[in-house]
Design a protein around this ligand. Structure first.
Ligand SMILES: Cc1ncc(COP(=O)(O)O)c(C=O)c1O
Length: 443
């Protein structure tokens, strides 16, 4: 049975082998294959645009999973990748080093919040978080003062590996994995609760066990693009510092300009002990993760004792091609990029203002280049409204993937004002009641 989710697929005469092979052999992330429409076959990309196999353009309003920073296929990054691939493609990073990794580490340290001086490479955001948690726990153990408790925020998302899942919101964790989660103390989501009060209570009750508090600074992302106050982040920093507890800032989403400055921590003038980056690190082109640590944490692992080394290493850690892409991407964070981010921030604010109080809108929120509109849905977060909006947007040439009832726009920085306006136009028409045509099924 062939399922043509989009009208234009019906007119294809030649069979689309990509879709056939996909249907036969591919398992997609976060997809219920029994009922999901056919995936959209994309062949190429440029700037803020993806192009479908039939040539239809699709405006990437979500930076392809929050990764694309400057735009797709930026020649500077493409050239850096090609040049590096021809020189040194990959090599083991235990006992060896190379210029892209060392130059990138130096460059990152110069841009990261003060005090973060050591870069540990991995290859994605979840792993950057695993590394941060493991570094914190082992640093206490190495110093002979073991602490094994980690605190995290309600509604948090830190990735899909076991440690990251444990720190994430339990309602999004697969039930099958739940019994295996380690002990995490939950603090209220700062966008709606008294996080600092709860942290103080936790410190009073279990302070000597607490190794680290992990937060998505100022923006709880996958939990619904919930924006929270810089003063709360500063207060969490103050309390953790005076209690000798590590603060882990998961900047996998917020890093690389999404909230305006390079890192969200900068907005609050906060320096964490550990900071996780991935997604936009390579401009969103290649997988690369990194965990930045203070010299104090690094020192906890320096010893004549082999048993105190950090027992962690991914085969693709510090891949030279990915590091070269990241270096090229960092160079593109120039004045023009900053102007673009400010322009997008101003345009978002203007558009969101027009959505306030509109029928069907519960609330609007924004942090830097990230804008969100929470929709009313009679059937709640798990209802169909987000999927309906995604289908309507797709039919109108815009890529949106709402988080339940939360529609958001998180564009690459090259997105023009007119392109941004077309994203809001699609949202407005959807709120006015327009819907995508129903999928067509053929036998
Ligand atoms: C805040 C945060 N941390 C970690 C991750 C996991 O990153 P990755 O998908 O690269 O494993 C994500 C992904 O969305 C994220 O938003």
């Amino acid at each position: 049975m062939m399922n043509a989710a989009h009208d234009d697929d019906e007119t294809d005469i030649a069979p689309d082998f990509v879709l056939l092979h996909d249907a036969a052999h591919v398992w997609h992330p976060y997809t219920q294959h029994q009922i999901a429409p056919l995936p959209v076959h994309v062949t190429h990309a440029d700037g803020a645009w993806l192009y479908r196999a039939d040539g239809t353009p699709l405006l990437d309003a979500i930076s392809s999973g929050w990764v694309t920073t400057h735009g797709h296929c930026r020649p500077e990054i493409v050239q850096a990748i090609a040049g590096q691939a021809a020189r040194l493609d990959h090599m083991v990073f235990t006992g060896f080093t190379h210029e892209p990794a060392t130059a990138l580490a130096a460059e990152l340290v110069s841009r990261l919040p003060r005090g973060l001086t050591r870069i540990f490479y991995s290859d994605n955001g979840s792993t950057a978080v695993e590394v941060a948690i493991k570094l914190s726990l082992q640093s206490f153990a190495n110093r002979g003062t073991p602490r094994q408790l980690v605190a995290a925020l309600e509604h948090a998302y830190h990735g899909d590996t076991f440690g990251a899942m444990a720190a994430g919101a339990h309602d999004v964790i697969a039930a099958a994995a739940k019994p295996l989660q380690f002990d995490i103390a939950k603090l209220p989501d700062p966008s709606e609760g008294d996080t600092v009060g709860a942290l103080e209570a936790l410190l009073a009750a279990r302070g000597s066990e607490l190794a680290a508090v992990i937060v998505e600074p100022l923006l709880v992302g996958a939990g619904g693009m919930r924006v929270w106050d810089e003063r709360v982040l500063r207060a969490i920093r103050d309390r953790t510092r005076s209690a000798g507890v590590h603060l882990i800032a998961d900047e996998v989403l917020t890093g690389f300009g999404r909230t305006g400055p390079m890192f969200a921590c900068e907005r609050a003038e906060v320096s964490p002990d550990l900071l996780c980056i991935a997604k936009g690190l390579t401009g969103g082109v290649l997988p690369l993760g990194a965990t930045a640590a203070t010299e104090d944490i690094f020192d906890a692992f320096r010893s004549g004792d082999q048993g105190k080394m950090f027992f962690h290493g991914q085969a693709f850690a510090a891949n030279p091609i990915a590091c070269a892409a990241a270096l090229a991407s960092l160079e593109l964070f120039d004045e023009e990029s900053e102007d673009n981010r400010i322009r997008i921030e101003v345009a978002h604010a203007r558009h969101l203002e027009a959505f306030r109080g509109v029928r069907g809108v519960r609330s609007v929120r924004q942090l830097g280049t990230v804008a969100a509109i929470e929709l009313h849905s009679p059937s709640g977060y798990a209802g169909d409204i987000g999927r309906d909006l995604a289908a309507f947007a797709l039919a109108n040439g815009v890529l949106l993937q709402p988080l339940g009832t939360v529609a958001y726009c998180l564009p690459p920085y090259c997105t023009t004002d007119d392109e941004l306006a077309s994203v809001y136009d699609v949202m407005r028409r959807f709120l006015d009641g327009e819907r995508a045509p129903r999928p067509v099924f053929e036998v």
